[in-house]
Design a protein around this ligand. Structure first.
Ligand code: PLP
Length: 815
C-alpha cells in the first residue's frame, strides 16, 4: 500500500534517486538536464516494482502455476508510464516531496516522457486500460504485442493541412523495458510444405526452406494499484538472424547481407496508422504472424515447463484476440499441435477451440480483414493448407445442420469465392474460438443479428457482450487530482479500485456547497487547459465559455463534419445579429487522420479554415472560437478530459462499436451530446435522460432511411440552416485562395448521397446544441447534472469489464 510521506520515507526515496543519478547516468545532480532527471526518476520507480515483479513471475513459473491469459494485440496505446506507476506504487507524494527538496518539480519531469504511441485509438487504448485492470485485480494476464520502432505518427499542421512526421519514441532510450534475449524465438516465413506418411500411415507435414527472423522480447512491468501484482507487457522486436547464418557474408557479400538484415528488421519498424480501416499489405500480415507465432511459441514453452500433457493446454492458458489482427494464431496453434506435437487433426482442433476467444471491434465493412489466398499461400504456405482444412471441416458442420442450403455454405465459407479468393479473418476467428464478444450492448446485438447472424444461428452460445471500460486510475485519479481529492474527502478512497463507490456521491448532487466545489474544480481544469493551449498554438481561451470538445480519430462516421457545420451555423447566426446574446462557446477538435484517408484530411483542413475565419472576426470571437489541436495523444487527452463541459459523441447510429472517450469525459463531469450509438446508450441509461443530450436517428431510423431511399435534399431545403452553411462553404468563403477546395465535402452530402446521414441529423443536433447553450448558463444546475454523471459512471470502469472477462470467458482467478 501507499507508504506514508514520512521524513524517513522521503529520505530513502531521495537516496534511491541520487543513486540512480550517480550509477546509471554517471553524472552529478548539478550536471543533469530535465531529461536526465526524468530517466533517473523512471529507473528509481522501476526499481520499486522489481521485487513484486519477480514474485509475480515466480508464481507463474511454479509447478502449481495458475491458468493465465494472453491478451494478444497489434496495438497497446500506453501513453506515459511514470505518473501512472507512481500512483499505482503509492509513491507519488514521496517523489513529489523528495524532488522538491532537491529543487526539482515532479510535474516537469512527468512532461519529459514521450508517449508510447503503439496504437491508433480506442482499440489500442482499451488494451492499455485492460492491462492496468488485470494487474489491479491481481489476475494472471500478459499483454503480448509488437515493439514498433515508430509508433503512431506525430501530426503537425501546416497551413491547416495534416503533415505526418515519424514518432521516434525510442531515440532517448526507454527506461521501462527489460530485454530478454534468452527468450528469443525464430519465426519462419515463405518456403514450402513437405508431407509424407510414416509406416503407421500417419501424415506428417513440415514447413521447409523458410526465411527466418528472430523475435526478441522486451518486457515492461505493469504494476497493479497498490502493487500486490506486477504483470508483464511483452513486446516483440524483429531481429535479423544475420550473425547466426553467415552464408552471404562468408561468400564475401557484406553489403547484401546487411541489406537482408535491414529488410527482415523492417517487420517491426512501424505501426500501420489506420483506425477502423483494413490495409491488405504483405508487411502488415508479416507483423500479424510475427506476433502470433512469437506469442504462441513463448506460451507453449512455459506450458511445457509445467510437465503436463499437451491436452491440458486449455486448463492452463487462454488467448484473447484483440480484433482479427492476430487471428492467424488459430492456424498457427494447429500447426504447432499437429506438426511439432504430433497430434491428430481432431485432437489439435479440440484444443485450439478451447484456447482462443475473439473480440470484435467493428461493424464497418471497410475494416473487416480479408487476406488474398495467394498472399497467405506465398508467405505462410502451411497455414493456408490448414485454413482450407478448417474450412472443409466447418462447411461439413454447416451442411449437416442445414442440409441442402448451398447458399448458406457460400455465405459462411471462410474462403470468399468469386473474384480473387480471400480469407475472411472474422469467420476464421469465430470458427476457431470458444467465445465471440462485442464491446457494447448495442454492438453485440448488431453483431448477432446483422453482421454475422448465420454464425450466431449456428453457435448462439459463443456470443456474448463485454461493454468496454476505462481505468479509473489514469482517467480520474491521475488526470484529475483535484476532483479525486474532493471525491475522496466525501466518500473515502475506495472508489479508486471500486468505482461503483461513486454512487455515494448522488446525495451530494443536492448539496449547494459541493456543486460550487465541482464548478470551481472544472474552472481550474479549464484554466490548466487554457495554459496548455496557449503554449501549444498561442490561442487564448475564454474559460467562462462552454468547452465543447470532440477528440478522437478523424473518421467520416464519427462526423467531425457535423460538428463543424454546426459551428458554421453558429457563425452565421452571430453575424446576422452581432448584438444578440449568445452563450460563449469554445469548440475544440483534435485527432489524427490516416495518411491515406483523403476525406478525413480534408475535414481537418476545414476545421482549421473555419477556425481562422471565426477566431479572427471580432464580432464573433467574443462568442465563438473554433480550434484544432495538433497531435492528439493519450497525454493530451489527460489534459483535455478534465477540462471539458460538453463531450461530443456524435457518430452515425450503428457505426461506433462502443467508444471509450465518451466514458472518460462523463467520469470527469462533462455532459454528453450524443447519438444512441455504442456505449452512449448505456451511459444514457446510467446517468439518466435529464443529464445527457441525445439527438438524431437511432439505428432503426438509419435502417429505415436506407431501406426506403434516403434523399439528403429533403433535409436541407433552400434557406435552411444546413443549406446556408453549405452555401457559404461552396462560395469559397473559407478558402478564397482555393475556392473549390472543400467541394468534395459538400458533394459528399449532396450528390454523394450523404452516407453518414449528416443532413438527416443536422436539425436535431443544432436543437440539442441550443438547449446546451441555454442550460450551461444555469451554473448550479449544470454542476448538479455533472455530479450525477460522475456518480453514475461506476459501471464503466475497466475493472468491471475485466471481472466479466475473467469469470465469463477466461476462467482465471487472482494469484
Ligand atoms: C480514449 C482514446 C481514444 C478513443 O476515443 P473514442 O472517442 O472512443 O474514439 C482515442 N485516442 C486516444 C488518445 C484516447 O485516449
Amino acid at each position: 500500500m501507499a507508504s506514508k510521506v514520512t521524513k524517513t520515507a522521503v529520505k530513502k526515496f531521495k537516496e534511491a534517486f541520487q543513486k540512480r543519478v550517480d550509477m546509471t547516468l554517471a553524472k552529478d545532480l548539478s550536471e543533469c538536464n530535465k531529461h536526465d532527471l526524468y530517466m533517473a526518476l523512471a529507473y528509481t520507480v522501476r526499481d520499486l516494482q522489481v521485487e513484486a515483479w519477480k514474485t509475480t513471475n515466480q508464481k507463474l513459473a511454479s509447478k502449481d502455476a495458475p491458468k493465465r491469459m494472453y491478451y494478444i494485440s497489434l496495438e497497446f496505446l500506453m501513453g506515459r508510464t511514470l505518473g501512472n506507476s507512481l500512483i499505482n506504487c503509492g509513491f507519488f507524494d514521496q517523489a513529489d516531496t523528495a524532488l522538491k527538496e532537491l529543487g526539482v518539480e515532479l510535474e516537469d519531469l512527468l512532461d519529459e516522457e514521450m508517449d508510447a504511441g503503439l496504437g491508433n485509438g480506442g482499440l489500442g487504448r482499451l488494451a492499455a486500460c485492460f492491462l492496468d485492470s488485470i494487474a489491479s485485480l491481481d489476475l494472471p494476464g500478459f499483454g503480448s504485442g509488437i515493439r514498433y520502432d515508430y509508433g503512431i505518427f506525430r501530426q503537425k499542421i501546416d497551413h491547416g493541412h495534416q503533415v505526418e512526421e515519424p514518432d521516434n519514441w525510442l531515440r532517448f532510450g526507454n527506461p521501462w523495458e527489460v530485454v530478454r534475449p534468452e527468450r528469443k524465438r525464430v519465426i519462419k516465413f515463405y518456403g514450402h510444405v513437405e508431407c509424407y506418411k510414416d509406416h503407421d500411415g500417419k501424415q506428417w507435414c513440415t514447413w521447409v526452406d523458410t526465411e527466418d527472423v528472430l523475435a526478441m522480447p522486451y518486457d515492461t512491468p505493469i504494476p497493479g494499484f497498490s502493487m500486490g501484482t506486477v504483470n508483464t507487457l511483452r513486446l516483440w522486436s524483429a531481429r535479423s538472424i544475420f550473425g547466426f547464418n553467415l552464408t552471404d557474408f562468408n561468400q564475401g557479400d557484406f553489403i547484401n547481407a546487411n541489406i537482408q538484415k535491414s529488410l527482415t528488421e523492417n517487420i517491426t519498424k512501424v505501426l500501420y496508422p489506420n483506425d477502423n480501416n483494413y490495409e491488405g499489405k504483405e508487411l502488415r500480415l508479416k507483423q500479424q504472424y510475427f506476433l502470433a507465432a512469437a506469442t504462441l511459441a513463448d506460451m507453449i514453452e512455459d506450458f511445457k515447463d509445467l510437465g503436463l500433457p499437451i491436452s491440458d493446454l486449455p486448463k492452463k492458458v487462454v488467448c484473447q484476440l484483440n480484433d482479427t489482427h492476430p487471428a492467424i494464431a488459430v492456424p498457427e496453434l494447429m500447426r504447432i499441435l499437429m506438426d511439432d506435437e504430433g497430434l491428430t487433426w481432431d485432437e489439435a482442433w479440440n484444443i485450439t477451440r478451447q484456447v482462443f476467444a475473439y473480440t470484435n471491434h467493428t461493424l464497418l465493412a471497410e475494416a473487416l480483414e480479408k487476406w488474398p489466398v495467394g498472399l497467405i499461400e506465398n508467405l505462410l504456405p502451411r497455414h493456408m493448407q490448414i485454413i482450407y482444412e478448417i474450412n472443409y471441416h466447418f462447411l461439413r458442420e454447416v451442411a449437416q445442420k442445414y442440409p441442402g442450403d448451398n447458399e448458406r455454405q457460400c455465405d459462411m465459407s471462410i474462403i470468399q469465392e468469386g473474384g480473387e479468393k480471400m480469407v475472411r479473418m472474422a469467420y476464421l476467428a469465430i470458427v476457431g474460438s470458444f467465445s465471440v464478444n462485442g464491446v457494447a450492448a448495442m454492438h453485440t446485438e448488431l453483431l448477432k443479428h446483422d453482421l454475422v447472424r448465420d454464425f450466431y444461428d449456428l453457435y448462439p452460445k459463443k456470443f456474448n457482450n463485454k461493454t468496454n471500460g476505462i481505468t479509473p486510475r489514469r482517467w480520474l485519479r491521475k488526470c484529475n487530482p483535484e476532483l479525486s481529492e474532493l471525491i475522496t474527502s466525501k466518500i473515502g478512497d475506495k472508489w479508486v479500485t471500486d468505482l461503483d463507490e461513486l454512487q455515494k456521491l448522488i446525495p451530494f448532487a443536492e448539496d449547494k456547497v459541493f456543486r460550487k466545489e465541482i464548478s470551481k474544480i472544472k474552472k481550474n481544469n479549464k484554466t490548466r487547459l487554457a495554459e496548455y493551449v496557449k503554449d501549444l498554438t498561442g490561442d487564448e481561451l475564454d474559460v467562462n465559455s462552454i468547452f465543447d470538445i470532440q477528440v478522437k480519430r478523424l473518421h467520416e462516421y464519427k462526423r467531425q463534419l457535423l460538428n463543424i457545420l454546426h459551428a458554421i451555423h453558429l457563425y452565421q447566426k452571430i453575424k446576422a445579429n452581432p448584438k444578440g446574446h449568445y452563450t460563449p462557446r469554445t469548440i475544440i477538435v483534435a485527432g489524427k487522420a490516416a495518411p491515406g484517408y483523403y476525406m478525413a484530411k480534408l475535414i481537418i483542413k476545414m476545421v482549421n479554415s473555419v477556425s481562422a475565419i471565426v477566431n479572427n472576426d471580432p464580432e464573433v470571437n467574443k462568442f465563438l472560437k473554433v480550434l484544432f489541436l495538433p497531435n492528439y495523444s493519450v497525454s493530451m487527452a489527460e489534459v483535455l478530459v478534465p477540462a471539458t463541459d460538453l463531450s461530443e459523441q456524435i457518430s452515425t447510429a450503428g457505426k461506433e462499436a462502443s467508444g471509450t472517450g465518451n466514458m472518460k469525459f462523463a467520469l470527469n463531469g462533462a455532459l454528453t451530446i450524443g447519438t444512441l450509438d455504442g456505449a452512449n446508450v448505456e451511459i444514457k441509461d446510467a446517468v439518466g435522460d435529464d443529464n445527457i443530450y441525445i439527438f438524431g436517428l437511432d439505428v432503426d431510423g438509419v435502417t429505415n432511411l436506407n431501406q426506403n431511399g434516403y434523399n439528403p435534399h429533403d433535409y436541407m431545403p433552400h434557406g435552411s440552416h444546413l443549406a446556408n452553411a453549405l452555401d457559404l462553404i461552396s462560395s469559397g468563403f473559407f478558402c478564397p485562395e482555393d475556392p473549390e477546395l472543400f467541394r468534395p465535402l459538400v458533394d459528399s452530402l449532396t450528390i454523394g448521397g450523404d452516407h453518414y446521414k449528416l443532413a438527416a441529423d443536422f436539425e436535431s443536433y443544432s436543437d440539442a446544441q441550443e438547449l446546451v447553450s441555454n442550460d450551461f448558463i444555469k451554473e448550479d444546475d449544470w454542476a448538479k447534472r455533472a455530479i450525477l454523471n460522475i456518480a453514475n459512471m461506476g459501471g464503466f470502469s475497466s475493472d468491471r469489464t475485466i471481472k466479466q472477462y475473467a469469470e465469463e470467458i477466461w476462467d482465471i482467478k487472482p494469484y
